[in-house]
Design a protein around this ligand. Structure first.
Ligand code: ATP
Length: 335
């Protein structure tokens, strides 16, 4: 599978007409419409390697869905270009459709009045998937998503969790190398969320699929993504691994250990300061811009000292992302 995603200088502007209030206003809008431009996505460049899961993050209205719509071929960019598995999505929508699977958590792509399994059969015929392959893939998805308990039910009668699990299976039945997921676990309970995440991990790690995921759920990001791209007001403000972003915006971790021998001499380690020492207890924290991540620091500390107990405090990802947005806003204001 060659499922890379390349986005270069991608922009999308929407022109909308302002509706003035009241009857007189409506009349004026009709005669003399006032048009405004909404720059939903501005000059965005990033890429996703084959077999990588990238989280596309940003506040409400940042431009995430608009970006995904351009990559799925639903929208044409105003400027710039995109390639998904080598295909320009908005120029060759049908070819692109064969290479991608799409799940929008907020709406279904299944046939509302048909039992789920019949929707799967229709998709098999549309994508010309050989029957044996289709059956094998359904078995695999059933094992991971427990679909058979409800796949004879009409889609309209499914719970949200059942519906999204069905949507996920439907999106992958034709074995696409690239998958777009727009808030796939929104509104789900924790058990189903975890089942869906496990399924996605399996699809990335075992099947080598490339996944572009949008979510507001930072637990999801921590569980699934190694790299994130952050957009704000349509512009890309950050592209990096979670480790890099934590290092830059979340340097507030502490590693607390209890030493096996309370008389052990303890000192700083590379990039790690000794913050406190109290008998057998020692507390370490980041030292300078090249400080390691909390996980690397933990490794260094337990490799150097013999400890009987340890605890980690780290800035949670919500805080880290908030700091990254604040930084982006400050840079934008200064520009
Ligand atoms: N068809 C459209 N016509 C006009 N404006 C649009 C259209 N679609 C999106 N927009 C605007 O573009 C901006 C980006 O919207 P988009 O849906 O891409 O954001 P998002 O990051 O996906 O937000 P959310 O997290 O709330 O889903 C918003 O200001 C939105 O109002």
């Amino acid at each position: 599978m060659n499922g890379n995603i390349e986005v270069r200088g991608l922009s999308r502007t929407f022109h909308t007409t302002i509706r003035r209030p009241g009857f007189a206003g409506a009349l004026r809008s009709l005669v003399n419409p006032e048009r405004v431009a909404e720059h939903a996505v501005c000059d965005v460049t990033f890429s996703v390697a084959p077999g990588e899961l990238l989280a596309l993050l940003g506040p409400n209205g940042a431009g995430k869905s608009t970006t995904i719509k351009m990559l799925t071929g639903i929208l044409t960019p105003t400027e710039g270009e995109a390639r998904v598995a080598g295909v320009v999505p908005y120029e060759e929508r049908e070819r692109n459709a064969r290479n991608i699977g799409t799940v929008f958590g907020q709406r279904t792509q299944l046939w509302w009045d048909l039992p789920v399994r019949e929707s799967f059969a229709i998709l098999r015929d549309i994508y010309e998937v050989p029957r044996a392959e289709h059956a094998a893939r359904l078995r695999e998805f059933d094992d991971l998503l427990d679909l058979s308990s409800f796949w004879d039910t009409r889609v309209r009668h499914l719970s949200l969790g059942q519906r999204v699990r069905s949507d996920l299976a439907a999106a992958l039945l034709h074995d696409p190398p690239v998958v777009f997921l727009d808030e796939p676990t929104i509104g789900m309970d924790v058990v189903v969320k975890e089942q869906v995440r496990e399924f996605l991990r399996h699809q990335v790690e075992e099947r080598g699929r490339t996944v572009l995921l949008t979510t507001h759920d930072m637990t999801e990001v921590e569980r699934l993504a190694e790299r994130v791209v952050l957009i704000n007001h349509g512009r890309l403000v950050l592209d990096g691994t979670l480790d890099e972003i934590r290092r830059e915006f979340g340097s507030t971790w502490q590693v607390r250990v209890t030493l096996a021998d309370p008389h052990t001499e303890v000192g700083p380690l590379p990039g790690i300061a000794l913050l406190r020492r109290d008998g057998p207890q020692a507390v370490f924290g980041p030292d300078g811009p090249d400080a390691p991540t909390v996980h690397q620091a933990l490794k260094q500390v337990i490799e150097r000292y013999e400890v009987t107990d340890l605890a980690l405090d780290e800035a949670d990802l919500e805080d880290v992302m908030r700091a990254a947005y604040v930084h982006a806003e400050t840079v934008a204001e200064g520009a």
